[in-house]
Design a protein around this ligand. Structure first.
Ligand code: NAG
Ligand code: NAG
Ligand code: NAG
Length: 596
C-alpha cells in the first residue's frame, strides 16, 4: 500500500490489491489512540535491563583479539558499556551458524570472558543460508533441505538468491517446521557460543540479485497493474520473486511480513534456549514486531541530516509499538567527524536503544578514538544515561503493561498546545524529561521550546513555558525535568551489572503547589514475565512521603536510597526527617532553591 498525504488535508491510499481491513481509533487523545492500536497489534515486550545499556559494534572487528581490545579500551577509558557486538566478520565464509576457525577460533572463550566481566555479547544473524557448501559440511543447509524449510520458486524448486555468503536459500518462517529447524540451529550454535541476543539483519529479505539467480517468471504477481514507488522500480528488486511460494501463500502476500515472522521465530527460539527474556534486534519491521524485537533505523549515513531525521524515526516507532528503537550513533555509512559523533552520542544517550555501529571502510568511531574534550563529552552523556536507567526501565514497564510510549513526541503529552504539534527536534522520555539535543554543525546554542509547564534543569534552575535560546557548548545536552515529577536514578557504573547494585537517588521536581509524583518498577532485569508472574516490586514516590511499596518481593530489601534532591523548595527547610530521624547533613541553595 502507498499512502500519499494531500494538502487538502486528505490521504490517498493506493493498494496493489488484496483485502483491506481498516481500523479507526477514536482516541480522543493521542495516548488513547496508541493504546487502542496496540490492543490490536499487541503490547511491546519487556526488554532485559542490560539491553538499555550502551552497545558497541562495527563491521570490521576482524578477529576475537581485535574485538577484545575494543571492549578493553572502552573499560580502561571509563566508558560505560554493556554489550560488545560482532558483525559478519565472525562467520566462516560469511555463513551464519559457523565461526571462522582462524580469526574467531576462540569465540566461545571470548564470550565467556565478557560474561565474567558482567558484559553481554551479541552477533549478527542473516536469514540467507548458503546453498553451495559441499554436502555434509554445512548442516543448516543440509538439515534445512531434509526438513523442507526453504522458500520455493514458481516451479517448486528451492529459490536461490545471493547474499553475503554467495548463493543462498531463504527460510520460510511461516512454516512451523522452519521455526523448529531455526530453533535447533540456534540451540546448536548457542551450545558453543552462548550469545545473549541476536541481531537479525538483511531480513526484508534482501538479496543482491533481482528475484532469484534464475530471474522471475513474467507474471501478474511480478508485474501487477500498479507498482508503488519501491526501490528499483519493481516489486522483486533487491528481494525474492513475488511468485515464490511459502507455506502460507505466495511471497507477494507475505513479503512485508518476512522480518516479523523471523523476529517471532528468533524470539521464541531464544526464549526456549536461554529461558531468559530474549533480545532480538531487527532491521525489517511490521506492525506487531514490538512484541518480539527492537528495531534500529538501518544503515544511516554519518551526516547531520541523518542525525536530525533520527528523531522522527525513533518517535514513529514509539507510536508503532516498538519502544526499543535507536539509530546507529555517529552514523554507519561514511566517515563521521568528532563533532558529529559527540552530538550523536549525546542524542543517542536518549534513544531508548543506544548502539554505536560503523561500516567497514570507515575511520573508527569508538568514543576513545577522539580527543580528550570529545571523550569527556561522550563519557558524561553515557554516565547521564546510566544514571537514568531505573527511570527508563520503569517507562519500558509502562509500555509493556499499559501501551505507553517511552520516547514520546511533545504533542502526545501536550495535545492542546498547537506549538507542540510540529516539534520533531526535541522529545520527551515519558511525561517528565524533555530532551533538547544540538542537531546543527558548529552550534553552541540551541533554539528550543518548553511546553506549558515549569521546567527544571538538573542544576535546579527553573524555566517557564516559552521559546528560548539554550546554551549548548560541546559538552552539553539540554535535559529538563517537568514540575510535579519524581525521577528515580541510580549511581552509574561501567556496566548495568555493577550499577544495579548502587544506591538510588531521587530528583523531586516540585510543582508550584508543592507536590510531585514518580515511580519505580524493579525486578531482576532478565527473568521472563516478571510482571505477569508478580515477581517484581513497584514503588510510588510522592512529594510528601515515600509510599509503602505497592508490590513487594524480596529483591526490594537490597535497594538503598542514597539521597535525594528536591527542586523548587521556596524557603530553607528548618529540618528534614528520614524514617522519623532528623537528617544532619542537608544543604539548601537559595539561588536554585534546591535542597539536598
Ligand atoms: C590473541 O592474542 C593472544 C595473546 O596475545 C594470542 O596468544 C592468540 O594467538 C591471539 N589469537 C589470535 C586468533 O590471533
Ligand atoms: C526454479 O529453480 C530451478 C533450479 O534452480 C530452475 O531450474 C527453475 O528454472 C526455476 N524456476 C523459475 C520459475 O525460476
Ligand atoms: C575515511 O577514513 C578512512 C580512514 O581514515 C580513509 O582511508 C578514507 O579515505 C576516508 N574516506 C573519506 C571519503 O574521506
Amino acid at each position: 500500500v502507498e499512502v500519499i498525504l494531500q494538502p487538502t488535508p486528505a490521504l490517498t491510499w493506493v493498494s496493489t490489491g488484496g483485502i483491506l481491513d481498516l481500523y479507526i481509533f477514536l482516541g480522543p487523545d493521542p495516548q488513547s489512540v496508541i493504546r487502542q492500536y496496540l490492543q490490536i497489534i499487541g503490547y511491546p515486550m519487556m526488554p532485559p535491563y542490560w539491553s538499555l545499556g550502551f552497545h558497541l559494534c562495527r563491521w570490521g572487528y576482524t578477529t576475537t583479539n581485535t574485538t577484545r581490545k575494543v571492549a578493553q579500551r572502552m573499560h580502561d577509558e571509563n566508558f560505560p558499556m554493556d554489550v560488545q557486538w560482532n558483525d559478519l566478520d565472525y562467520a566462516n565464509k560469511r555463513r551464519v551458524f559457523t565461526f571462522d576457525p582462524w580469526r574467531f577460533g576462540d569465540l566461545p572463550e571470548m564470550v565467556e570472558e565478557f560474561h565474567k566481566r558482567g558484559m553481554k555479547y551479541i552477533l549478527i544473524l542473516d536469514p540467507g543460508i548458503s546453498s553451495t557448501s559441499t554436502p555434509g559440511t554445512y548442516s543448516p543447509f543440509d538439515d534445512g533441505l531434509k526438513r523442507d524449510v526453504f522458500i520455493k520458486n514458481a516451479t517448486g524448486q528451492i529459490l536461490i538468491g545471493k547474499v553475503w555468503p554467495g548463493p543462498t536459500a531463504f527460510p520460510d518462517f511461516t512454516n512451523p517446521d522452519t521455526r523448529q529447524w531455526w530453533e535447533d540451529c540456534i540451540r546448536d550454535f548457542h551450545s558453543k557460543v552462548p550469545v545473549d541476543g541476536l541481531w537479525i539483519d538483511m531480513n526484508e529479505p534482501a538479496s543482491f540479485v533481482q528475484g532469484s539467480v534464475e530471474g522471475c517468471p513474467d507474471s501478474d504477481l511480478e508485474n501487477p497493474p500498479y507498482t508503488p514507488s519501491v526501490v528499483g522500480g519493481r516489486l522483486n528488486s533487491g528481494t525474492l520473486c513475488m511468485s515464490a511460494r511459502q507455506k502460507m501463500s505466495f511471497h507477494y502476500n507475505l513479503h512485508n511480513l518476512y522480518g516479523l515472522t523471523e523476529a517471532y521465530a528468533t524470539h521464541s527460539a531464544l526464549l526456549k534456549i536461554r529461558r531468559k527474556r530474549p533480545f532480538v534486534l531487527s532491521r525489517s519491521s511490521f506492525p506487531g514486531i514490538g512484541r518480539f524485537s527492537g528495531v534500529w533505523t538501518g544503515d544511516v549515513r554519518s551526516d547531520w541530516e541523518q542525525l536530525r531525521f533520527s528523531i522522527p524515526a525513533v518517535l514513529q516507532f514509539s507510536l508503532f509499538g516498538v519502544p526499543l528503537v535507536g539509530a546507529d550513533t555517529c552514523g554507519f555509512g561514511g566517515n563521521t567527524t568528532e563533532e558529529l559523533c559527540v552530538r550523536w552520542m549525546q542524542l543517542g544517550a536518549f534513544y531508548p536503544f543506544m548502539r554505536n555501529h560503523n561500516d567497514k571502510p570507515n575511520a573508527p568511531q569508538e568514543p576513545y578514538v577522539f580527543g580528550q574534550r570529545a571523550q569527556a563529552a561522550m563519557r558524561s552523556a553515557l554516565y547521564l544515561r546510566y544514571s537514568l536507567l531505573p527511570f527508563l526501565y520503569t517507562l519500558f514497564h509502562h509500555a509493556h503493561a499499559s501501551a505507553e510510549t517511552v520516547a514520546r513526541p511533545l504533542f502526545m503529552e501536550f495535545p492542546n498546545d498547537p506549538n507542540s504539534r510540529t516539534i520533531d527536534k526535541q522529545f520527551l522520555w515519558g511525561s517528565s524529561l524533555l530532551i533538547s539535543p544540538v542537531l546543527e554543525q558548529g552550534a553552541v546554542e540551541l533554539a528550543a521550546y518548553l511546553p506549558p509547564a515549569t521546567w527544571y534543569m538538573f542544576t535546579g534552575f527553573t524555566t517557564l513555558w516559552q521559546f528560548l535560546l539554550l546554551p549548548a557548548p560541546l559538552d552539553t545536552i539540554n535535559v529538563h525535568v517537568r514540575e510535579g515529577h519524581i525521577i528515580p536514578q541510580q549511581e552509574p557504573a561501567l556496566t548495568t551489572t555493577a550499577s544495579r547494585n548502587n544506591p538510588f537517588f531521587l530528583i523531586v521536581a516540585l510543582s508550584a503547589g508543592g507536590w510531585a509524583r514518580g515511580d519505580l518498577f524493579w525486578d531482576d532485569g532478565e527473568s521472563v514475565d516478571t510482571f505477569e508472574m508478580q515477581n517484581y516490586c513497584y514503588v510510588i514516590f510522592t512529594s510528601q512521603v515515600v509510599s509503602n511499596p505497592l508490590k513487594l518481593n524480596g529483591a526490594l530489601d537490597s535497594l538503598v536510597l542514597g539521597g535525594l534532591q528536591v527542586f523548587g523548595v521556596p524557603s530553607p527547610p528548618r529540618y528534614i526527617l528520614a524514617n522519623g530521624e532528623k537528617v544532619r547533613d542537608f544543604t539548601y541553595r537559595t539561588d536554585t532553591k534546591v535542597s539536598f
